[in-house]
Design a protein. Structure first.
Length: 204
């Protein structure tokens, strides 16, 4: 009777292709992030910033619809140091989220090719990646929104309030939280599979 450890789901060629593509994506994302951080620190930056709707009159559209301008695309010659830092950390957190997905793809590609599908640390790695993805993906959005809110206040696009900073979060994407939660659950599945594999090996 063959054990679950002898199961190979993915061919070595498919696994190699997936790993190479994943690594290429990781390298491209890393270079893009570094370029963005450098440009934010010293260079002209084009950003979409929040705009106080009350400062612009509503515009009539067809079918009786009414629109208000709530964003503005601004070209900033040089970003203030603090806001540039926030945007840099946001880009870094986005990179961490991408690297989490890439590392998981590489791990699964290797496991699905090897004869040890449920490794001893796979469950812990998958669960940890899930938590890191949820945290980094959410933190990136919060940092980005905080930086843009502060910039909008300084540029006069949003009303400034003494002692307060508005945090503008437009269209918060819950995908990192959902994906992270799914990976944590997947880690539990791998843990169960590990136990089942051990029990099956004991019957051989």
């Amino acid at each position: 009777m063959d054990s679950l450890a002898g199961v190979s789901v993915l061919s070595r060629v498919d696994s190699a292709v997936l790993i190479v593509v994943s690594v290429a994506v990781a390298i491209a994302a890393s270079l893009s992030t570094v370029s963005t951080i450098i440009n934010n620190g010293d260079g002209e930056v084009v950003l979409r910033l929040p705009l106080d709707p009350s400062t612009r009159e509503s515009e009539a559209l067809d079918l009786g619809a009414v629109a208000r301008v709530s964003e503005v695309q601004a070209t900033v010659p040089v970003l203030p140091e603090y806001e540039a830092s926030l945007l840099g950390w946001s880009a870094a957190m986005n990179l961490v989220a991408v690297l989490c997905v890439v590392s998981l793809l590489v791990l699964l590609a290797y496991r699905l090719t090897s004869r040890v599908l449920f490794g001893p640390r796979t469950a812990v790695i998958v669960g940890s990646v899930g938590m890191l993805l949820a945290i980094s993906g959410s933190a990136a959005q919060i940092l980005d929104s905080t930086a843009k809110s502060r910039l909008a206040e300084q540029l006069g696009a949003m009303p400034a309030r003494v002692g307060e900073t508005l945090v503008y979060i437009s269209g918060f994407d819950p995908a990192p939280l959902v994906a992270g939660g799914v990976l944590v659950l997947l880690g539990g599945v791998f843990q169960f599979g590990r136990r089942l594999q051990s029990d099956t090996e004991g019957l051989v």
